[in-house]
Design a protein around this ligand. Structure first.
Ligand code: NAP
Length: 256
């Protein structure tokens, strides 16, 4: 059975990946901080889909958490989904520096280190995939969050280009996933008021995960789920940058 490790597997997009991959027959390594929630998720997935589930309690904003996750990646995986993430509450300078640094650790350092740890084994076996969860915020101007998510896209593209220069790496893929607004626990946890976001902009987490896995199989470098967001991404190339930057930096960014 192939094995996938999903970071942030207990809620939202990560939980959707876990359900989808389990239904596709993957054994799972589920990573997050909340042990009880991880164990409940693992049991439910095992009982529903008859796959093996392993839990890894780790905080990816800490040295110990990052080292434990790297060790599991080095032990061998068929798929890594770097999904764990969160938003900080507030505009730049209102957010404590320690929280911004923790965000960069989880969104960037963890993505870099786990990708670095997992790829040698995948190259040795000649197959494997890495999905790095970015965001449509990468295309907007949206504080440290958007800047980090832009790095995730450029990083994933860079790694994929370098892989293409290695013989025997054509079945190893690294893809960025850039969803728009998805109904998960993210916004409530970040204290964001989402009442002004129109219905048509909301995506379903299960559809996001299904689209990402299909795009990974097809070799798409950056997966953008949803026709509305594909259209917006195209439109943003035609509209002056100052307009898209202003809209992008404000939409969904009022805090309770
Ligand atoms: N929802 C959206 O609109 C949206 C849009 C674009 C991109 N994204 C991105 O999608 C990813 C998943 O977000 P989501 O919306 O599914 O959020 P969510 O529902 O809040 O789930 C976040 C998951 O990440 C885990 N997590 C958070 N901090 C962690 C840490 N320090 N170490 C390990 N695990 C941690 C959480 O579990 P514990 O709390 O137990 O650790 C949870 O399992 C994030 O990278 C986010 O930036 C979300």
């Amino acid at each position: 059975m192939p094995t996938a490790l999903i970071t942030g597997a207990t809620a939202g997009i990560g939980a959707a990946f876990a359900r989808r991959l389990a239904s596709d027959g993957f054994d799972l390594v589920l990573l997050a901080r909340d042990k009880v929630r991880l164990e409940n998720t693992a049991r439910e997935l095992h009982e529903t889909y008859a796959v093996r589930t392993e839990v890894l309690v780790a905080d990816l904003a800490t040295d110990e958490g990052l080292a434990a996750a790297e060790d599991r990646c080095r032990a061998g995986l068929d798929l890594l989904v770097n999904n764990a993430g969160f938003g900080n509450k507030g505009l730049w300078l209102d957010v404590p520096l320690a929280d911004e640094l923790a965000l960069l650790r989880v969104h960037c350092e963890a993505v870099l280190r786990l990708t670095h740890a997992v790829l040698p084994g995948m190259l040795e076996r000649g197959r494997g995939g890495v999905i790095n969860v970015s965001s449509m915020s990468a295309y907007a101007v949206r504080g440290t969050y958007g800047a980090g998510k832009a790095w995730v896209i450029k990083f994933s593209q860079g790694v994929q280009h370098d892989l293409a220069r290695r013989p025997g790496a054509d079945r190893v893929r690294v893809m960025a996933l850039a969803p728009g607004f998805v109904r998960t626990e993210f916004h409530e946890r970040a204290g964001m008021d989402t009442s002004g976001i129109p219905d048509f902009l909301w995506l379903d987490a299960d559809e996001v995960a299904a689209t990402a896995l299909r795009d990974l199989r097809r070799g798409v470098p950056v997966s953008i789920p949803g026709a509305q967001y594909k259209a917006l991404a195209g439109l943003s190339r035609l509209v002056p940058a100052r307009v898209t930057e202003r809209i992008g930096s404000r939409t969904g960014r009022s805090y309770d």
